[in-house]
Structure formats: C-alpha cells, structure tokens
Design a protein around this ligand. Structure first.
Ligand SMILES: Nc1ncnc2c1ncn2[C@@H]1O[C@H](COP(=O)(O)OP(=O)(O)O)[C@@H](O)[C@H]1O
Ligand SMILES: [Mg+2]
Length: 208
C-alpha cells in the first residue's frame, strides 16, 4: 500500500500592499476548484500562541524592542506554526498556503533591521532544519505603490511605521533571496492590476 502523499507547502511574500492577502484568497479558491484540500494561514501567527506573539510584535503599545528579540519572536511563532499546524496538515495530505514565511525574516529583520544574515540562517537551521516551502510566490512592487495601496487601512502597526528606506531594503532583500533561490522563489510583478498579477500566478500554479 502506498502512503498518503504529502501536501504541498506554498508561501506568499512581499512588502506591504504587494497584494499577498488579495492573491492568497484567489490561490486558495483556484486550488480548491482543482480538488485540492487547502489550509490558509499566516505569519506571524497561524496558531493560538503565534497570534499572541503577533500581537506583541505588531502592537504599537509594545514599545521599543531589540532587533534580535524581534527575530527570535518571529522564529518562536514560526516554530509553533510548523510543529502544530503546517507539518500535521501536510502529513495528512492537505496543502498549506501561508501569507508570509521565513523569507520575511530575511527581508524585514535582515534587510530592514540590518541583522546579520548568518545569524538568521542559524535560527532557520535550528527551527526548520531542512524544512522549506515547495514554492514561494514573491509579489514584487515598488514600495511607494505598495504603501499607497494600503494607506486606507488605517492605523499602522509597529513595523508598518518604519520609513520608506526601511521598506526599500526589505524589498531588495526579497529580490536578493529570489536570485539566490530561483527554483523555489518565483518573482512576480505585482505593480499593475490585480488581474495582471493573478494571471502570472495562474501560470505558475498550473506548472505544479
Ligand atoms: N496587482 C495587485 N495585486 C493585488 N492587490 C492589488 C493589486 N493592485 C492593487 N491591489 C490592491 O492593493 C490593496 C492591498 O492588497 P493586499 O492584498 O492587502 O496587500 P498585502 O496583503 O500584500 O499587504 C488591495 O486593496 C488590492 O485590491
Ligand atoms: Mg496582507
């Protein structure tokens, strides 16, 4: 008897306003229509403990936080996410779609905060070992366009309050990651219409 096939783990990443939340809903519906069991989740968060860590990370009332603390909290939430949600789902054959994942730590805490990539890699090794997404959709958009899209969202969270320079470094770090891992990370131009982005994603999903 053949064992149950492991589900696929797909992550979607990019700067604020790149269109992650918009497109992940589309991806979910698209896969469901093809008969795939999909679980939708997000980082930081996705579990009870993870969502509490998310509140701590994003709340403006949290106050000043050392960049290493921020990084370790991200990985703490991620550990909970992997152990208690992602892996169990994949093992029972479901697919998992996550709004952000480890690449975001390299982009925000690495590129944005300027933490040494080697130290992030050590934490990644500690928490993930050889676990990695099957595919990552990187929605790329110039920071100004992304920001203008999310302006109407209201009050900015602790990280969204950073200056444009911070997000330019975040965007560049994401692009660098996609060049480092061209097989896994698919760079998608998300600067135009929702439909334009969707079409590119469709082509990639159909290749899976
Ligand atoms: N190409 C695009 N892809 C996705 N969303 C887009 C696009 N162009 C404009 N938008 C709009 O940008 C806004 C922010 O998108 P959202 O999915 O919330 O971004 P994110 O989750 O990456 O911060 C939404 O109102 C969406 O309709
Ligand atoms: Mg979002």
């Amino acid at each position: 008897m053949t064992g149950m096939q492991r589900g696929k783990f797909i992550t979607i990443d990019g700067v604020e306003g790149a269109g992650k939340s918009t497109q992940i809903t589309f991806i979910c519906d698209y896969l469901k229509a093809k008969g795939v069991n999909v679980i939708l989740t997000r980082e930081p968060g996705g579990t009870d403990v993870g969502e509490k860590i998310r509140t701590l990370l994003l709340s403006n009332s949290t106050g000043k936080m050392h960049a290493d603390t921020e990084l370790m909290l991200m990985f703490s939430a991620r550990n909970e996410h992997i152990q208690n949600k992602i892996m169990p789902a994949l093992k029972q054959g479901d697919w998992v779609l996550s709004d952000r994942f480890t690449d975001a730590s390299y982009a925000y805490q690495g590129g944005g905060r300027g933490l040494d990539v080697e130290r992030i890699a050590q934490l990644e090794q500690w928490v993930l070992q050889d676990f990695t997404p099957d595919m990552t959709l990187l929605l790329d958009v110039p920071v100004e366009i992304g920001m203008s899209r999310v302006e109407s969202r209201g009050k900015k969270d602790r990280i969204e309050l950073e200056a444009t320079d911070f997000f330019n470094r975040v965007r560049q770090a994401y692009i660098d990651r996609s060049e480092q891992f061209p097989e896994r990370i698919k760079l998608i131009d998300s600067s135009q219409t929702v439909e334009h982005t969707k079409q590119q994603i469709k082509v990639i999903l159909d290749s899976l």
